[in-house]
Write a protein that binds this ligand. Structure first.
Ligand code: PLP
Length: 282
């Protein structure tokens, strides 16, 4: 596999980053994951806008102007012949002597790689997935997409150990989001409910696209927090992310949601999202 590291496309075994890189020492870095469908990046302008915002929030530069990154991503996709999968990109503050304060003269690093895998047709989309709830023990700026992912990694592992697929994190009694996705329910009255944007959750690019499609389809959307009990009692539950689109959640803490099968709203939103993403990617 060819990866991109600071200006060069190289075989992965030749890629090098300093042990002094602050991404490695302090998780001082941000990332994006963009999905590839039919060999094309989907929803990528949104990911680039969020990258720019994450960098600004942390006072970090990019070694390459963000506007030039999509062309590099496309080249990486082409070089690796990826038809379906994802591009991961990470910007870190760069290498400097270890010190908590930001270095004045470090050059930021940009690293990108691809992962080929099915995204349109997956078992999770067909059958739905199971989640457990877990206390949200992440930091207070979850709107910044940083590489400090140990808390969600621990919760994802806890879910796997419990025979589930993911964890929905709970703070002050309400669901924030999944370990790497935004969380939704569909009420018995047919409203789509998802938590409003704040620093408590990541502002999902797929979330924005799916809510727009839902409103265009005349579905009712409520942006407000919900509890695990409300989710267990809902007609449907689902989550969204770049790499999973819209994925039905059929069980929460061992309780079936609705019939315990993927519901019609999640299925429809998934189809609408894939159709719109394909059309937009041309
Ligand atoms: N929430 C968290 C914590 C995430 O890590 C992600 C994606 O990785 C999402 C939500 C979904 O965001 P997006 O739709 O932009 O992939």
């Amino acid at each position: 596999r060819i990866v991109y590291v600071n200006g060069a496309f190289v075989p992965e075994e030749d890629a090098k980053i300093s042990v002094f890189d602050r991404g490695f020492l302090f998780a001082d870095g941000v990332y994006e994951v963009s999905t590839v469908l039919d060999g094309r990046l989907i929803d990528n302008p949104g990911h680039m806008a969020r990258l720019e915002r994450s960098l600004n929030e942390l006072g970090m530069g990019s070694p390459v102007p963000v506007a030039e990154i999509p062309a590099l991503m496309e080249e990486l996709v082409a070089r690796n012949g990826v038809a379906e999968g994802m591009v991961y990109l990470q910007v870190t503050r760069g290498a400097a002597d270890r010190d908590f304060a930001f270095p004045k003269d470090a050059t930021p690093s940009l690293v990108m790689f691809t992962q080929a895998r099915s995204v349109a047709d997956t078992a999770a989309a067909r059958d739905g997935i199971k989640v457990i709830s877990a206390p949200d023990m992440r930091w207070a700026r979850r709107d910044i997409k940083t590489v400090q992912l140990l808390a969600p990694s621990m919760m994802k592992q806890k879910a796997k150990d419990a025979g589930a697929d993911d964890a929905w994190m709970v703070e002050d009694g309400f669901v924030t989001e999944g370990t790497s996705n935004n969380a939704y329910i569909v009420t018995k009255a047919g409203s789509i409910v998802t938590r409003q944007l704040s620093t408590a959750i990541l502002h999902g690019i797929t979330r924005a696209a799916v809510l727009k499609l839902a409103r265009e389809a005349q579905l009712k959307v409520e942006e407000r927090p919900f509890t695990i009990a409300e989710a267990q009692d809902a007609a449907e539950a689902f989550y969204t992310s770049a790499s999973s689109f819209v994925t039905p959640v059929v069980e929460i803490d061992g309780a079936k949601v609705g019939e315990g099968r993927p519901g019609p709203v999640a299925k429809r939103l998934r189809e609408l999202y894939i159709e719109a993403a394909r059309a937009e990617a041309g």
